[in-house]
Design a protein around this ligand. Structure first.
Ligand code: NOJ
Length: 755
């Protein structure tokens, strides 16, 4: 597994001429800046020099650098600014094609008709310098086959599945001629009020890094250049409100939010998208500190940065710029290379340059960075249409992800799997008969692939003598309003077991879907309460794109299966799990809070001066427990596992070395199952407070009943480093505790010393 912290690499060289030019331009530039922005402007200039002046690391980089330099030297200003311009397909197409032919467009967004893509590509080949276009799309988890969303990929704790899913989505997308995806979203978030947690890997930087790298490998293998987004802190918006500003201490930025980006870069992502929000008061789109010091200097990023959609124009709303010209100037200087659908660079950069408010070198560097990536992607080579991966293979991966992502949160009296002896199953909830896949990012206009409803998938799996009665209970599949809930209760009374499926309101996941309340809807809770009053065993299936607050629900249901958004193959997978054909093995990538008042919530919190006890003057709530309802890493199985014999190789962990940590895991139940074996560390005494637990390794293993397996972790001293208030890495000796188990509440532990 990749280490989140990798050595910083130097940037590519585009030749000495650009370097000379850069120095001259810098001397000539007349800019009007405040004192603090002057400091960052100067640093940005210095870093821009060093990036392009540094010797190329490889022969490939050298060759590309030379090609880029020679191309930039031949470009007119209009052609240069054109490369910085990303536009959506719009009407009239003929006008856009003319702009492409004139070299005024570098990249297209949201073109999903292959014939139209061909026309744009053709237009680019008719432009003077024949610079190919980037065709970007939010190919995240859906192109044709709808996969469960990335939060579910994280719940599998199997990076190879996330990689396979990304490869499939990319393969389907690349087949129409798209070459660039706005994924993976690698934002860490501890706030399920934020609807975009559905697109990421949850709350933990280590899991987030492993998944980020896997997704990047997959998108690349499928034929798309990935974009790590949103740089940085978009998932930390205050109060969970989308686009809201985030306050992130520098140490936390480096420890928590940057590692998944670094992992994405190390795996090959060459593009980054700036966040829409402000971080510590400065919008990412105008944040030279983030884009130069953090991204390019400290993280060694060599690719290009795209703004988010209209983010440059939105600098006006942020209160940073009075007009689009000023916004464009700020963004370019801050290191935003590509203007996504903001038209600021297109309309204003030439005049800004003429007025010496931006420099030629700033423009040239942005162009060079974009061209470098285009060369690296092979866009200048001969193009041929790829074939999409076979549908059967794509479906297989989607099914496997669904199977391994569902998290069994509760299973009192072994209600699940539904025993073959159970005669009648009441299947309640409109969602049981839906075959519609809600996905905000699915390209419109494509035929929906065939998919089974949960009802049909369950019917197929009934044992002899078993029957199923279905009642919708809700007037809509999202459970916003009641239908005939009395009929649902009558069905339940006739049944031996009730399966109630509820969904988070269908439009409640993705961008622009922040929620202040995470309970089930009133209608859903009402049906749940009435069904529970029948006294029959009740299984609650929750499908949602984020953690919900299930305290009231958990009091009524004997079993809870958290199924994220199952999509094309997922309802069949649900039936497999409910009937016991497949044993659940998903684990939570985010804590499930008891109530919204606990948010932000994560397992890796710092210790407090007064850990919570019954006493009043401790760090607790008067009206709520401090622990989550279900913790990070938690998930049950139809079998049970026992952890014994934790054996670190030594008691001393070398700061620059590593050690093996072995543990025995036994399947103590009566059926085969998979377990995610998790390694956590704690530094109880350090120069700053360190989290009470931090995930540092995991392995998902399959065990037959009675089987014992020794699982080995390789713990590196450098993985226990952290950052100070300046963002400097701290590697220091001191005591270390390790914990191994099946969740973040693992109890098997050992003490080490770091030297
Ligand atoms: C806005 C979203 O924040 C971003 O993630 C997405 O890639 C762009 N829109 C383009 O659709």
């Amino acid at each position: 597994m990749p280490a989140p912290h990798m050595p910083i690499e130097r940037g590519p060289r585009i030749g000495t001429n650009l370097l000379r030019q850069s120095r001259t331009q810098f001397k000539k530039s007349r800019v009007c800046l405040t004192r603090s922005s002057l400091i960052w402007f100067l640093l940005a200039q210095l870093l821009a020099w060093s990036t392009f002046a540094a010797a190329a690391d490889t022969q490939h980089e050298q060759i590309v650098a030379e090609k880029v330099e020679s191309l930039v030297a031949r470009m007119t200003l209009t052609e240069k600014i054109g490369q910085l311009n990303l536009i959506s397909q719009g009407e009239p197409v003929e006008e856009q094609l003319a702009s492409v032919r004139a070299g005024r467009v570098g990249a297209m967004l949201n073109v999903v008709d292959p014939a139209i893509i061909d026309r744009y590509r053709e237009a680019a080949s008719q432009s003077r310098l024949k610079i190919p276009l980037l065709f970007g799309l939010d190919a995240v988890d859906v192109f044709r086959i709808a996969f469960p969303p990335p939060i579910a990929w994280a719940a599998t704790f199997r990076p190879e599945l996330a990689e396979a899913a990304s490869r499939s989505v990319a393969g389907e997308t690349a087949a129409i001629g798209v070459n660039w995806t706005f994924a993976p979203m690698v934002d860490i978030s501890r706030d399920p009020r934020w609807g975009r947690v559905v697109e990421g890997a949850g709350e933990d930087p280590y899991l987030g890094s492993v998944m980020a790298a896997a997704r990047v490998r997959g998108y690349l293998a499928g034929g798309l250049m990935p974009t790590a987004k949103h740089f940085v802190g978009y998932g930390a918006g205050e109060s969970g409100r989308d686009y809201n500003g985030a306050l992130i201490p520098t140490s936390d930025l480096y420890d928590r939010y940057l590692p998944p980006f670094q992992a994405a870069f190390n795996a090959g992502a060459q593009t980054v998208m700036g966040a829409l929000n402000a971080i510590n008061g400065v919008p990412a789109t105008a944040n030279a500190f983030l884009m130069y010091r953090v991204l390019r200097r400290d993280m060694g990023f060599k690719g290009f940065v795209t703004s988010d959609y209209n983010a440059i124009g939105e600098l006006i709303n942020h209160g940073l710029a009075a007009d689009l010209a000023a916004a464009s100037r700020l963004a370019l200087k801050a290191g935003i290379d590509l203007d996504m659908e903001g038209y600021g660079y297109d309309r204003h950069l030439a005049a800004e340059l003429a007025a010496s408010r931006v420099t030629q070198i700033q423009i040239d560097h942005a162009v060079a960075r974009i061209l470098t990536v285009k060369f690296n992607m092979g866009l200048f080579d001969e193009w041929s249409r790829k074939t999409a991966p076979p549908e059967a293979e794509t479906r297989k991966i989607a099914r496997q992800i669904a199977r391994e992502s569902f998290v069994l949160l509760k299973n009192d009296n072994t209600v699940l799997p539904i025993a073959t002896g159970v005669k009648t199953i009441a299947l309640i909830g409109d969602a049981a008969k839906t075959d519609f896949d809600e996905s905000w990012y699915g390209p419109a206009g494509l035929t929906q692939p065939a998919t089974q409803t949960l009802y049909d998938a369950m019917k197929e799996r009934l044992a002899p003598g078993q029957s199923i009665v279905y009642e919708p209970a809700f007037a809509d599949r999202c459970g916003k309003s009641l239908a005939d809930d009395a009929a649902a209760v009558r069905a339940a009374e006739r049944a031996d077991v009730i399966v109630l499926i509820v969904t988070e309101d269908c439009e409640f996941s993705g961008e622009g879907t922040s929620r202040a309340n995470l309970d089930l809807s009133t209608a859903q809770q009402t049906v749940l309460d009435r069904l529970s009053a029948t006294g029959k065993p009740l299984v609650l299936v929750v499908t949602a794109g984020r953690p919900l607050t299930l305290t009231a629900a958990a009091a009524k249901a004997q079993a809870i299966l958290y199924a994220w958004l199952p999509r094309t193959e997922g309802r069949a997978a649900l039936a497999e799990i409910l009937t016991g054909e497949v044993n659940p093995s998903g684990k939570l990538p985010m804590s499930l809070p008891r109530s919204v008042g606990q948010i932000p919530i994560s397992y890796d919190v710092l210790p407090t001066s007064r850990p919570p006890t019954e006493s009043r003057y401790t760090s607790r709530y008067l009206d709520e427990n401090v622990t989550p309802l279900y913790p990070f890493g938690f998930g049950l199985s139809y079998t049970t596992f026992e952890y014994t014999k934790l054996r670190p190789q030594s008691v001393v962990l070398d700061l620059a070395g590593s050690m093996f940590i072995d543990v025995d895991v036994t399947n103590t139940g009566s059926r085969s199952g998979q377990e995610v074996v998790q390694l956590y560390v704690r530094r109880p005494v350090a120069s700053r407070s360190r989290p009470i637990r931090e995930l540092k390794g995991f392995q998902k293993i399959a065990l037959r009943p009675g089987e014992t397996r020794t699982v080995r972790f390789d713990l590196h001293g450098r993985a226990l480093a952290f950052h100070d208030d300046e963002g400097k890495r701290v590697e220091e000796p001191g005591p270390v505790q390790i914990f191994v188990g099946g969740s973040s509440q693992a109890t098997l532990s050992a003490d080490l010393v770091m030297k």
